[in-house]
Design a protein around this ligand. Sequence first.
Ligand code: HEC
Ligand code: HEC
Ligand code: HEC
Ligand code: HEC
Ligand code: HEC
Ligand code: HEC
Ligand code: HEC
Ligand code: HEC
Length: 452
Amino acid sequence: MRSYLGMIGIICVAVIAVVLLALPASAEKQFTNLANKKKFEIKRGFSKEANECIECHLKKMPGVVEAWKSSKMAHAGVSCYDCHVVEKSSPMASQCEGLKGKKTYISPMVSSKTCSRCHPEEVDQFLKSGHAELAGAPVIDKAKFQTLMYKHEGAESLGVKKGSPANRAARATGCQMCHGTKVELGPDNKPINETWPGGVGTRYPDGSIGTCTVCHTRHSFSIVESRKPEACASCHLGPDHPNIEIYLESKHGQIYLTQGDEWNWDSAPDTWEPGDYTAPTCATCHMSGIGDLATTHNVNERLKWDLVHPRSEIRKNERGNGEKGDKLMRKVCANCHGKTHTDVQRRNLDNAVALYNTYFDGAVKMEKDLKAKGLLKKDPWKDGFLELKYYLWHHTGRRARQGAAMGAPDYAHWHGFFQIFQVYKDMEDIYNWRIKNKKIEDLSTVMSPGPM
Ligand code: HEC
Ligand code: HEC
Ligand code: HEC
Ligand code: HEC
Ligand code: HEC
Ligand code: HEC
Ligand code: HEC
Ligand code: HEC
């Protein structure tokens, strides 16, 4: 509720700003067009400088202007000028074709810092979440992933030169588009080396972090879009974190697919409640206000377990607070389910984690033993045992854990525990063979990409 009141405050300030900006331009009534999106008149309500950007871009880049015109922010007087103009001294300052020779500087890069001028609470919460600094970390900070992206995927072993365009391709077209990367600049302050655009945890040259538009895509910045599961699906999918597949196979997804067209998606921020919908989407459980919970842009807040790393532990430190997360997630369910039902679901999750961890601990024990006896290869991607261990936790293990967490029996079972025990048995065979023969078998027995 607090953030809703805050939003009304922002809207009032914005409307006053629009009135002030509009007054010198004309004494006529200014707002008759704002109520009607179809007749939205861009000439009114914006400063002369802002109008220049809009008018030229309407001719040169109509797609951007048309999308922006449909946004609530356009109707509140927020334009290209507010988000793209930067000080000349900004490390990101450059000029577009239309501004050459003028005193105005812009940047195509717009981070969460720009949004924080008007949406400070959302940005604060976002920056504390796994979607900000932690999301960029694997691609930017961690040496073992540099080896994966450039040495293995970037084909250095086939002679592709380190740092060359081909070498960067796997990072630039894959990891970076979901996780983000660190933007590098050329002499004209424009991004180079395909380090922009990027995913949710992108790190910008002015030290700011985060791309808000991954869920509210530019330039319509829609709250409706972010409430739909498709907003998460561009990243949360595939063999290693099939969250959209899990959702669509759950009962909640069944209801969304069959009844979602009739739901009311456009309620004001923090007032989207059961009644507007009859089953939850990703946003409902992980972000939106519901009952006495307020909206949060910190997706870690309502989580108990870490279901993404090799061994599942209760969340702590920078990954959140698992005990608190458990209580908050239960509050989400309580809007539509009784205590008996919710207790079963939460117990099922705890039990699935315990079962998975048993397999994982067994795998680690075998691995330690092999390592001590010198029976592991240096390159894990050429060692059948280690490759299977990767699929055990990263693919099938995550599917089992996340399928169990979000009510998808097919993922919990057939893509999950069913394959876990098979992978495990194959690992045992390799382990036993190596111990008995005191050597590593000649060929990797694993058929990449392994179990789907
Ligand atoms: C509410 C803030 C906001 C407003 C208003 C806005 N933009 Fe953007 N724009 C963004 C964000 C965010 C990005 C993505 C930047 C990133 O990923 O670093 C972007 C990206 C862009 C890009 C580069 C991406 C591409 O596809 O080439 C262009 C060009 C652009 N905007 C033009 C405009 C124009 C023209 C307007 C006015 C009609 C406008 N923007 C209004 C926030 C805004
Ligand atoms: C007279 C026409 C014109 C005016 C005025 C104009 N632009 Fe542009 N702008 C362009 C064209 C054409 C491009 C595409 C070519 C380029 O990137 O330089 C462009 C590109 C951009 C880009 C993307 C730059 C990139 O590196 O990808 C942004 C952001 C942008 N303009 C914002 C603005 C803003 C903000 C204003 C107002 C302060 C503005 N423009 C005024 C014509 C104009
Ligand atoms: C200059 C102030 C300002 C800036 C900068 C700004 N916003 Fe907004 N934003 C607003 C106002 C005012 C509203 C409320 C509009 C309304 O509800 O009529 C709003 C509403 C929104 C909404 C809700 C839209 C809906 O459908 O209800 C989203 C999402 C949003 N902004 C995202 C962003 C993002 C992302 C950025 C940065 C790229 C950003 N804003 C930058 C002022 C701003
Ligand atoms: C399709 C989008 C996508 C691509 C491509 C992608 N990831 Fe991820 N990655 C995700 C998502 C989503 C998660 C979070 C899953 C979860 O929480 O269950 C994740 C989780 C991770 C994690 C665990 C969380 C952490 O920070 O410790 C690591 C490490 C990781 N990815 C590294 C990479 C690397 C390195 C690449 C490229 C070699 C890559 N990812 C490619 C979407 C992607
Ligand atoms: C992971 C997806 C996601 C990302 C990333 C994201 N948002 Fe949102 N945002 C949402 C959802 C979902 C809602 C709707 C909450 C509801 O149901 O009321 C929302 C709502 C909003 C609103 C409306 C007011 C409110 O708080 O409910 C604003 C403003 C907003 N977001 C701004 C931002 C800004 C700024 C960023 C970047 C820091 C950002 N968003 C990043 C998903 C996202
Ligand atoms: C642009 C890609 C992208 C989009 C869109 C996206 N996410 Fe994520 N998400 C990620 C990545 C990457 C991670 C892994 C972060 C890390 O490395 O720790 C992640 C992690 C998470 C996590 C776990 C956080 C943690 O610390 O373990 C949750 C929960 C989550 N996302 C929910 C959502 C929801 C809900 C939506 C849609 C409303 C969404 N995400 C949209 C990329 C995305
Ligand atoms: C019915 C509520 C609900 C819905 C709908 C839902 N989730 Fe979840 N999600 C959960 C619960 C519960 C967990 C496990 C939380 C815990 O550990 O307590 C979870 C866990 C996750 C995780 C694992 C976090 C980690 O790394 O440990 C990700 C990622 C995620 N959800 C993303 C999504 C996405 C994306 C969608 C939509 C496609 C979605 N969720 C739909 C309730 C939901
Ligand atoms: C907005 C309402 C709503 C919320 C919130 C919600 N659910 Fe549901 N859930 C439903 C509906 C409706 C069904 C379908 C019942 C049926 O199959 O007839 C359902 C079904 C289920 C099912 C399938 C088993 C069954 O009862 O048929 C599971 C498991 C489930 N929910 C778990 C959860 C968990 C766990 C949470 C909280 C993290 C949650 N739900 C939050 C509405 C909701």
